[in-house]
Design a protein around this ligand. Structure first.
Ligand code: G3P
Ligand code: MG
Length: 267
């Protein structure tokens, strides 16, 4: 029997609402997603903040790197600056998000964004917050930086983790940020090596990009007992295809669309 994959809203319900804001997380919850994927980096004063880019320029009315801005400075910014209809949205702290989510049945995939800036100590800070809010059972930590995941597994072996992999096109753009990671692993070109590494560290999931993923890759991964959380699937045809593969969750900007595709399949 096919497993029904979980719906994880990518950066919250980012297809319709400002990404990585409390509004986008609340809307994902409201529309029936099973959880969200969100990105975490550290402010200048070492606070885990929820933001995708290492700089605030694209998504806010400010400029500069997150690591050069204090929490106080970051809180002045409007994370909905490119939208006119939602009023001001702040860049959330991870703690603010945990306050909101802690008593909900809602999964959180925290992507640790450590490929441009290593953010020394980020693993410890995030783990400390997860423990403080008793969130361990509802969290999956992922990263393109496998050293980050190795550190998490050393500090907190029972926290569930995933290795992110990318497609060739994205790799070309991202190469300069990830020079020391093996290309064939990141692109799932040689999945067995990545699976060996995941097994050695006790990592539970691979997070492949859907463009470099096939039923054959899925089988190789699941045969070895690892789970699959796939990103970022926004087209109905791709969603339909993936429902026939054995994936644990599908990360999408459109949780509403995925839900209706899943309902149609059921009918
Ligand atoms: O975690 C899946 C996906 O979010 C990875 O890429 O750039 O959207 O954070 P990105
Ligand atoms: Mg992400």
């Amino acid at each position: 029997m096919q497993n029904k994959p979980l719906i994880l809203a990518h950066r919250g319900f980012s297809g319709k609402y400002p990404e990585n804001t409390m509004l986008s997380f609340e809307k994902a919850y409201e529309y029936g997603a099973d959880g969200v994927e969100l990105d975490v980096q550290l402010s200048k004063d070492g606070i885990p903040m929820i933001i995708h880019d290492s700089a605030v320029d694209r998504t806010t009315n400010g400029s500069g790197k997150i690591s050069d801005l204090s929490l106080k400075e970051i809180r002045f910014l409007n994370a909905a600056a490119t939208f006119t209809q939602f009023g001001k949205q702040t860049i959330p702290t991870l703690e603010e998000y945990f306050e909101w989510v802690q008593n909900k049945r809602f999964i959180t995939n925290i992507e640790l964004k450590t490929y441009e800036d290593e953010y020394e100590g980020i693993e410890q800070k995030v783990i400390q917050l997860i423990n403080q809010y008793d969130m361990a059972e509802k969290i999956v930590l992922s990263s393109f930086n496998y050293q980050t995941i190795a550190r998490v597994k050393t500090l907190a072996p029972r926290l569930k983790c995933g290795f992110l992999t990318i497609d060739y096109q994205t790799l070309e753009q991202a190469k300069e940020f990830i020079p020391d990671l093996l290309i064939e692993q990141l692109t799932l070109n040689v999945p067995s090596r990545l699976i060996d590494y995941a097994e050695a560290l006790g990592v539970e999931y691979l997070h492949p990009n859907y463009r470099s993923f096939s039923p054959d890759t899925a089988k190789q991964i699941t045969d070895r007992g690892l789970g699959i959380n796939i990103w970022t699937v926004n087209e109905e045809s791709d969603m339909q295809q993936l429902l026939t593969d054995n994936v644990n969750s599908i990360i999408t900007n459109y949780p509403d669309r995925l839900k209706s595709v899943m309902n149609k399949e059921k009918a």
